[in-house]
Design a protein around this ligand. Structure first.
Ligand code: NAD
Length: 445
């Protein structure tokens, strides 16, 4: 499969005078649109089947043209007349959605309706009335509604090949092991579990069952994140130096499961801090060797009786890269990261969200600082990740974000809490990057 995306345009932002003292007015604040294949613009563009390339420079015809570093998603190479690859419903991989909470209702079920290779075929819920209503809405027959007790009856339902677990974190392990026993592939929400031992148990159970296990790290299927990962791999930023990230929001209801240790595993860290941690790893392509962390759990706030309000952690990577991350459950919504290299930086702000993401990068261009905004038509991250899982299940491919990816994050989360407890840096066992399946933007199927 090739994921298609539409044309990208890059917008230069006016830079603060101190950032760009040499620039002339004609060289800043100008917008460059790219059409497919570069047609219609005076910017030389070279793309390769491996995923696009950087501009060689401006056309001589445009004297005012600034030489811009351009990136194009590989898939913009596709022709308009490429046949639609949507599979007919009876050939799609079927999903049993376990847990009908906010994420399932507001994101996952609507995303399944946008998928090309996937469809919802069963629902598992503790609330039969709600399940009947949702089943009616999405065309799931009543006979394909299950509850948490009779979940194993899914074994007799060949229409549901994948179980998508969207329950509180503390319930992920139990349902993954149960799904393995009845021979289903598993797509699982993040975080994988509450500790590394549980993650390992799940990886082992799925391996024994010879079924696929994928963690729903949707950002890894999001086009801007993919583009940044590609920039890093191609060395566009030079040697990586610093990664800075934050993911914060205010939580309200003190009775919700996210604030109960047994169900959530922790507070801000496993829920939203995890995005910073995972991004530091997958964008850099490196694994940390040491972590230093603090957590803050105020007294007197009913929300933080069992779990931390906020976490701050620094990861050290063998190359010298450091990642400095913060996450809070008591700050106004704020989601961002910036990756700095010797020759450039790239940032997303907002980052990590379902939509409305923005990406910019900065580097020297012809000896001058240039800042470029990249815009890509938004794509549904959930639909992309679900379709990726479907292909992996169908074609026996290791998912791009397999169970080992969640296990590695959890090992680091465990070390973050240990560091916060002991007040010391914690060394991480030397781990090579988990075996990841194909880059979701470079697959062909
Ligand atoms: P939610 O509270 O809205 O839904 C949880 C569901 O679990 C509900 O249907 C609830 O009835 C059911 N449930 C069963 N037993 C329960 C129990 N003992 N306590 C509480 N609920 C119980 O939660 P959500 O926001 O849908 O989150 C579900 C999972 O999805 C979590 O693992 C969360 O981390 C993850 N999540 C991921 C993203 C993402 O962007 N990938 C976003 C939000 C949530």
């Amino acid at each position: 499969m090739r994921f298609r995306s539409r044309p990208i345009y890059h917008q230069e932002f006016p830079l603060a005078p101190e950032d760009n003292a040499d620039a002339t007015p004609t060289e800043i604040g100008r917008r460059v649109f790219l059409q497919r294949g570069g047609a219609g613009v005076a910017v030389a563009f070279a793309a390769s089947s491996a995923g696009g390339a950087w501009a060689a420079g401006p056309s001589k015809a445009d004297a005012n043209q600034v030489r811009l570093p351009l990136i194009q998603d590989a898939n913009t190479e596709q022709k308009e007349d490429t046949p639609d690859a949507n599979l007919p419903p009876d050939e799609r991989i079927g999903y049993a959605i376990v847990g009908l909470g906010r994420l399932s209702l507001n994101q996952i079920l609507p995303a399944l309706a946008q998928c090309k290779y996937s469809k919802v075929t069963a629902l598992v819920s503790g609330d039969r009335t709600k399940a009947l209503r949702i089943a009616h809405q999405y065309g799931v027959p009543e006979v394909d509604i299950y509850d948490y007790q009779n979940f194993e009856r899914l074994a007799d339902n060949p229409r549901a090949q994948v179980v998508y677990i969207v329950l509180p974190n503390g319930m992920h392990k139990g349902f993954t092991v149960r799904a393995a026993r009845i021979g289903k592939h598993v797509l699982r929400e993040k975080p994988m579990a509450n500790n590394a031992a549980d993650c390992q148990a799940m990886v082992d159970a799925m391996r024994r069952a010879n079924r696929k296990l994928m963690i729903a790290y949707r950002s890894q299927y999001e086009p801007m994140d993919r583009m940044i990962s590609k920039m890093v791999k191609e060395g566009k930023l030079g040697s990586l130096r610093e990664f800075i990230a934050g993911n914060s929001q205010n939580v309200g209801d003190p009775t919700q499961w996210r604030l109960k240790k047994s169900l959530a595993g922790g507070g801000a860290m496993p829920d939203i801090g995890l995005y910073c941690l995972n991004a530091a790893r997958f964008l850099s392509g490196e694994e940390p060797q040491e972590v230093l962390a603090t957590v803050y759990q105020p007294t007197g706030d009913p929300r933080f009786v069992e779990v931390e309000q906020s976490v701050q952690f620094i990861l050290r990577f063998p190359s010298g890269l450091t990642a400095t991350c913060i996450s809070s459950y008591a700050s106004h919504e704020s989601r961002f990261f910036r990756l700095q290299g010797a020759q450039g930086w790239v940032e997303m702000d907002p980052a990590f969200g379902y939509n409305g993401l923005r990406m910019r990068y900065g580097m020297l261009v012809d000896g001058k600082n240039a800042t470029t905004e990249v815009q890509i038509d938004p794509q549904n991250q959930f639909a992309r990740e679900i379709d990726h899982m479907s292909v992996c299940a169908r074609d026996d491919i290791v998912p791009h974000t397999p169970g080992e990816e969640g296990l590695q994050d959890q090992r680091i989360v465990d070390a973050i809490y240990k560091s916060a407890r002991t007040g010391r840096a914690v060394k991480l066992a030397q781990i090579t990057a988990p075996t990841r399946g194909p880059d979701p933007l470079e697959e062909t199927f």
